[in-house]
Design a binder for this molecule. Structure first.
Ligand code: UD1
Length: 342
């Protein structure tokens, strides 16, 4: 394994991590996956192996455990880590803030510390558009000011971004990129990997696909009285394979020594706002089915609209979202059917 061509993926058995592993391998990288399987399944690693035809080094390791993590750094040579491993449920973070701060920040600080101790070079961090909150101007660019976080989950993303910025500034050998994801949806076209929410899904598309599969009786549309064209919220839904390819572009930038600053931030979205009702009708049309849904009150904490200005990622990473919403929503349904054996 060439260390400059090897990437450690924490949380690599998760939704975005597994898709990113596939795209990195397709682009000629070797990957090492670590995951504590707290919200994922080892079957995802097998899915990556089936898609790529490669055996993936995989260790069940909790990034909050510094001894176990050190063992990974001793065992494998890699110059780059992509840190996905984190909790991500906004509501749960309101109920269990300390659990979120401990898990998301301790794991990240352990990664940064090991990178510095072992003189490894590049950290790619999974951030979120949640850092923009209710932005004053739309679409948001990377320099749109972050708003105070409205959940401990969102706060962990802001704090981790700041930790990465400060450590890259202080440590000569360290380089960092934060990717701010908008709303990742869909699944790999093979339907061998996809999103596996535990319990009742919080996010729109898993709720949509589970309703279509008959697991949920009725989809709730949270509010139709927003100041938007059809009254429902606007989001920037990014296909998970496109998102995975953005990681490859960012890793290329780091390993090819093309960064302009030691710490950089990129929005990863499509640049197209889509309403909740548009998403539902598109899902129905492309999959030729009817979804039972009803309008319910707004969900506390939701922002009316947020979508990305993707100019920076387009120009600097040479990346742009390519898959259509139609294809993405087809893939989401194909995956749900695969999981349910339909
Ligand atoms: C949410 C989080 C965000 C996090 C992201 C992770 C909030 C406020 N934001 O984004 O911080 O990074 O998930 O994936 O929770 N909707 C319905 N019915 C449903 C579910 C959702 O109408 O059953 C609507 C929501 O009101 C929203 C849109 O669908 O307008 C998207 O919701 P969701 O998928 O939960 O994503 P975000 O809230 O944008």
């Amino acid at each position: 394994m060439d260390s400059n061509k090897t990437v450690l993926i924490s949380g690599g058995a998760g939704y975005i991590g597994s898709h990113t592993a596939v795209e990195l391998i397709n682009a000629g990288y070797d990957v090492v996956i670590i995951d504590n399987l707290s919200n994922s399944d080892a079957a995802a690693v097998e899915g990556v192996e089936k898609i790529t035809g490669r055996k993936i080094p995989f260790e069940i390791v909790d990034t909050c455990d510094p001894v176990a993590l050190k063992g990974v750094f001793e065992k494998y040579e890699f110059e780059t880590v992509i840190h996905f491993a984190a909790y991500k449920a906004v509501g749960e973070s309101m109920d269990k803030p300390l659990m979120y701060y401990q898990n998301n920040l301790v794991s990240f600080m352990n990664i940064v510390e090991m990178m510095m101790q072992f003189n490894r070079r590049n950290i790619l961090f999974s951030s979120s558009a949640t850092v923009y909150g209710e932005a004053e101007t739309l679409p948001v660019t990377e320099s749109t000011p972050r708003q105070p976080a409205t959940s401990p989950y969102g706060n962990t993303k802001q704090i981790a971004e700041d930790i990465l910025r400060d450590c890259c500034r202080a440590c000569a050998g360290l380089h960092g990129i934060a990717l701010r994801y908008f709303n990742p949806i869909g699944a790999h076209p093979s339907a061998l990997i996809g999103e596996l929410p535990r319990g009742v899904p919080n996010n729109l598309v898993p709720f949509v696909t589970q309703t279509a599969a008959g697991i949920r009786e009725c989809l709730s549309v949270f509010g139709d009285d927003y100041d938007t064209p059809d009254g429902t919220c606007l989001r920037d839904y990014i296909d998970v394979v496109d998102l995975a390819k953005a990681h490859v572009a960012a890793v290329n930038r780091m390993t090819d020594d093309k960064m302009k600053e030691k710490y950089e931030i990129f929005n990863v979205g499509t640049g197209n706002p889509v309403s909740v009702l548009e998403l539902i009708t598109t899902f129905e049309r492309v999959n030729d089915l009817k979804l039972p849904y009803k309008i319910t009150p707004r969900r506390p904490g939701d922002v009316p609209a947020v979508w990305a200005d993707t100019t920076l990622a387009n120009e600097e990473l040479g990346w742009k979202a390519e898959r259509s919403l139609d294809d993405t929503l087809r893939s989401a349904w194909k995956w749900e059917k695969h999981v349910r054996g339909l």
